[in-house]
Design a protein. Structure first.
Length: 119
């Protein structure tokens, strides 16, 4: 069982930056591929970024490439999402998720953290 707790959301002006953190409890954090997703009001949840359990592979949604960076610190059981050059359309609840190694399905989800970008 893995429990995920996000933090770092807030209100920021367009062009600004935020860093989201997701702290994981449980064992073998390094065996989990970690992902970030967002859900804007009235829309489906969508993928933002992921980092493989081995740490070597990162993938991003086209909408955030070059602006967001995902990273992890296995010693701290934490995954991060550095968000730069934020736009009003980035406004959403951001969720952290975990899946075991290369499993196709994310089995564990955090409660989400709100990010609001003002124009």
């Amino acid at each position: 069982q893995v429990q995920l707790v996000e933090s770092g959301g807030g209100l920021v002006q367009a062009g600004g930056s935020l860093r989201l953190s997701c702290a994981a409890s449980g064992r073998a954090f390094s065996s989990y591929t970690m992902g970030w997703f967002l859900q804007a009001p009235g829309k489906e949840r969508e993928f933002v970024a992921a980092i493989r359990w081995s740490g070597g592979g990162r993938i991003y949604a086209d909408s955030v490439k070059g602006r967001f960076t995902i990273s992890r610190d296995n010693a701290k059981n934490t995954v991060y999402l550095q968000m730069n050059s934020l736009k009003p359309e980035d406004t959403a609840v951001y969720y952290c998720a975990a899946r075991f190694k290369d499993s196709p399905k994310y089995d564990y989800w955090g409660q989400g953290t709100q990010v609001t970008v003002s124009s």
